[in-house]
Design a protein around this ligand. Sequence first.
Ligand code: 13P
Length: 256
Amino acid sequence: MSNVAPSSPEKLAAGNWKMNGTSADLSILETIIRDLAPEAGAGALICPPATLLSAAAHLSKATPLRIGAQNCHEAATGAHTGDISAEMLRDAGATHVIVGHSERRADHRETDDAVRAKAEAAQRAGLTAIVCVGETEDEREAGRQIEVVTSQLAGSLPDGATADRTIIAYEPVWAIGTGKAATPADIAEIHGAIRSALSTRFGAQGSAMSLLYGGSVKPANAAEIFAVENVDGALIGGASLKAEDFLAIHSALAAA
Ligand code: 13P
């Protein structure tokens, strides 16, 4: 971990495959690796299911593509049947881990405290945590989106979080998998509030953390989303399962 904050946030196109992909789908990674522009000025990350981590890390070794996981347990080892620690993910070749995705907050009742413990575990293991926040449709309709997101952010980030080990993903729940992305104005409002909360709490480190938008990002809307202030990249679900779509979004980010 570095105590010197980078001068600006890293641009990153990150794909979250969720519970999709078997070994046959490693061909998607092969295409991404083959066609990823090396000089692009934007990083690229794919988070496949845990079963494919080792093979994916092997394929991407010595290439610009990095590999991440979708969840971790907070402990390093122990009697936790079925769980995987951040140290194990790192050993399998991951450099990043998504924590607190809304699907895990909903399906596994993960609280902000649990997410913060996972983010701490990621830091302990030398992984970069991609910490997800986002309001539901009901919360937005009640006008509570800023309050909900900033409260999740405050509770889910450990003290001492640094820009090289922490990425924030704003993913409004109502935009995930619906084809209905948030508007640039919606994104600008929330990303501005997130940036300001991060800078207040973490100083220069908070100003240099990458802020990703997630929720129905596709080649057709990527450029307008990446033009929004305080958007440093995307967390991409469905479109990251198609090599050409992921690559097109990555190119749009590099050009932004
Ligand atoms: P979609 O891009 O499929 O809407 O998913 C977004 C997401 O949840 C990424 O983590």
